[in-house]
Design a protein around this ligand. Sequence first.
Ligand code: FAD
Length: 302
Amino acid sequence: PFDVLVVGGGPSGASAAIYTARKGLRTGVVAERFGGQIQETLGIDNFISVKHTEGPKLAASLEEHVKDYDVDVMNLQRAKDIKKNDLFEVELESGAVLKSKAVILSTGARWRNVNVPGEQEFKNKGVAYCPHCDGPLFEGKDVAVIGGGNSGIEAAIDLAGIVKHVTVLEFMPELKADEVLQKRLYSLPNVTVLKNVQTKEITGTDKVTGITCVDRATQEETHIELQGVFVQIGLVPNTDWLEGTVERTRVGEIIVDKYGATSVPGLYAAGDCTNSPYKQIIISMGSGATAALGAFDYLIRN
Ligand code: FAD
């Protein structure tokens, strides 16, 4: 058996594996796709000490760094169940069962898509999901934010300080964001809020040039010319397979304490799959290190 099995091979999982391997623990990593979300990322400008890099390049360095240690990397393998007997038993979709004394969950999250024409086509060409990451690319330009919940309105307020103009598109008749955020939003001069509208299409040539939406009451169609669309309709943690095994929030994030420990002794979690309030590469790497040290402390006591 492993001492520590890491489930997930994104920034948090890679960091956790390096930390446990450096403690001399027998470490395995199972990943559906090594690298995780950064495989989808074009430019990364906020990974501190690296001025600019690209997702696939960072993913390759993560893998190289992990493989510099005696870590058993099992790529293209999806975990589907976890049980705890004497040891943890992680069952893979292939049918294999991996045993380990401790487990670190680092299965990340995915942005919910709006699923309209143009979204996939213009991903990284004007369609964005992370205002902290991509906001500065739209300096002086016009953008839309799809989604009027807390994350959408936070994004709109954030972007309004960088871009020329922000249009918020909310599907329901009212914004769902907290009152204090709405107040702040409406105090800004360069924001327009459209409620009760459905996004129909993101238009473009080689890059985004506009968005088409329909007023749900009148069926009137509007086309807005702009250069960027931020989709902010939710980040979904990849934790469905853990249903009933570990404590999660209402939206499915694994609840961890400051050691990265979950509700199950010996089971740790890190990165975007947890209830960490901010989801970023540098933050997930830090939490991977925390969970690894937490798991090490657990193992020397048990
Ligand atoms: P992930 O990167 O999501 O990795 C999860 C891992 O778990 C993957 O290997 C996945 O295949 C695996 N997995 C999932 N389910 C299973 C399962 N059941 N069994 C086995 N393996 C599984 N952050 C920044 O700091 N700067 C940026 O510029 C930036 N840009 C971004 C741009 C885009 C388009 C996106 C989508 C995100 C961006 N982010 C950025 C956010 C950043 O990528 C994430 O915060 C970070 O990748 C989280 O790392 P993680 O290891 O927690 O999860």
